[in-house]
Design a protein around this ligand. Structure first.
Ligand SMILES: Nc1ncnc2c1ncn2[C@@H]1O[C@H](COP(=O)(O)OP(=O)(O)OP(=O)(O)O)[C@@H](O)[C@H]1O
Ligand SMILES: N[C@@H](CCO)C(=O)O
Length: 345
């Protein structure tokens, strides 16, 4: 029986975690929610929105990232419009700050299509759809499945890469016309262990860095030594983060990166100083520090002294040139559960 109300809940995420560029990500106790109610035939879509992005996010089905993702998924199943729905979005995830807002919106869109169109998609199929829209798996895999997750994509053929009919979470720089063919078996992932005493401190400055811009500053080619540097650390880091008692010194060293952070540092004033000065020795409780996703949020993993550690990061933001940078801080848990759809009535 079709149920008239359902609620979609999707966690925020942090991607990369130092050396795991485009590979590692984790889900946080901060949730995008969609309260949905089916409406009588002919009623159309009634969408309301509160929270982060409320002033800017479009509420038109074809323009909003959540609903246009849902429309894309439905279209591949031969359904051309969203069924009549009332959707109330509550979003506490700041946009364009490196906390996976777009990944969570894309996951919400795929779950919305699945529930509204009664598609009965498997988890793996939902991941494929998410990856058609947001091509880096390190946000969407933890948002969908929860926990601390490693993931990779199968290599896509050039003609599969830029179908212009697929909505993208970032504006495409080029785009050839392609039909919205749902590719299969794109994403592969595994949930990793996580030492529960480690929490995440997100220090969120009051400016945005679009992922597209933060990717545009990265080189096309890397030195072998830099690739090895990251591979060595990511292999150690994934296991070190699962072990109790926590080896803060090892994790802190293993969270160093030469693939993305050095190229992005000019986009985030103060980041180099934070990475250098906020260590387990200088700030007891610190386990590791990195740029969250494409930034500008700074992610500190820690076991205690959360307020003092956050204050130390905020202090560095506050004394940047031209009046300093304001920031806010959230102390978050890494959560085991990913996105859910709960039905009622
Ligand atoms: N709840 C939402 N509803 C609609 N659109 C959203 C929502 N959240 C994010 N977006 C879209 O995604 C864009 C931000 O995506 P972007 O990839 O630049 O940042 P991010 O996902 O927050 O950061 P990162 O990928 O580094 O973690 C917003 O400008 C908006 O267009
Ligand atoms: N791995 C991605 C995450 C942002 O979506 C990046 O750092 O560009």
């Amino acid at each position: 029986m079709t149920q008239s109300k359902f609620k979609i809940t999707v966690p925020a995420t942090s991607a990369n975690i130092g050396p795991g560029f485009d590979v590692l990500g984790m889900a946080f106790s901060l949730y995008l929610t969609l309260d949905c109610e089916r409406l009588p035939a002919g009623s159309g879509l009634k969408m309301t929105y509160e929270g982060e992005g409320a002033k800017d996010v479009p509420l038109v089905a074809e323009k909003n990232l959540i609903t246009k993702t849902a429309l894309y998924v439905l279209s591949t199943c031969g359904i051309t419009t969203l069924p009549p729905l009332k959707i109330h979005v509550t979003n506490p995830i700041p946009l364009g700050r490196g906390l996976g807002s777009s990944g969570s919106a894309v996951v919400a869109g795929v779950l919305l299509a699945n529930a509204a169109g009664e598609l009965n998609l498997t988890n793996d199929r939902m991941l494929d759809y998410c990856l058609m829209v947001e091509r880096h798996p390190d946000n969407v895999a933890p948002a969908l499945f929860g926990g601390f997750v490693a993931s990779f994509l199968r290599e896509l053929e050039p003609e599969e890469l830029e179908p212009s009919s697929i909505p993208r979470s970032e504006p495409t720089r080029n785009g050839a016309a392609q039909p919205p063919t749902p590719l299969t078996d794109i994403g592969h992932y595994i949930q990793l262990g996580w030492a529960k005493e480690i929490k995440a401190i997100a220090v969120i400055p009051d400016f945005e860095v679009a992922t597209e811009d933060a990717r545009a500053v990265l080189p096309d080619m890397y030195e072998r030594a830099d690739v090895i540097y990251n591979l060595q650390r990511i292999a150690v880091l994934t296991t070190a983060l699962s072990r109790s008692p926590v080896n803060a010194d090892l994790i802190h060293k293993a969270m160093s990166d030469k693939v993305h952070q050095p190229y992005r540092k000019h986009l985030i004033p103060g980041m180099s100083e934070m990475l250098e000065k906020i260590t387990p020795k200088t700030c007891p409780g610190v386990v590791g520090i990195c740029l969250s996703g494409a930034g500008p949020t700074i992610l500190v993993l820690a076991t205690e002294n959360f307020d003092q550690i956050a204050a130390a990061v905020q202090e560095i933001f506050s004394r940047q040139p031209n009046g300093g940078i304001k920031s806010m801080c959230k102390v978050l848990d890494v959560v085991e559960s990913g996105a859910t759809t709960e039905y009622s009535d």
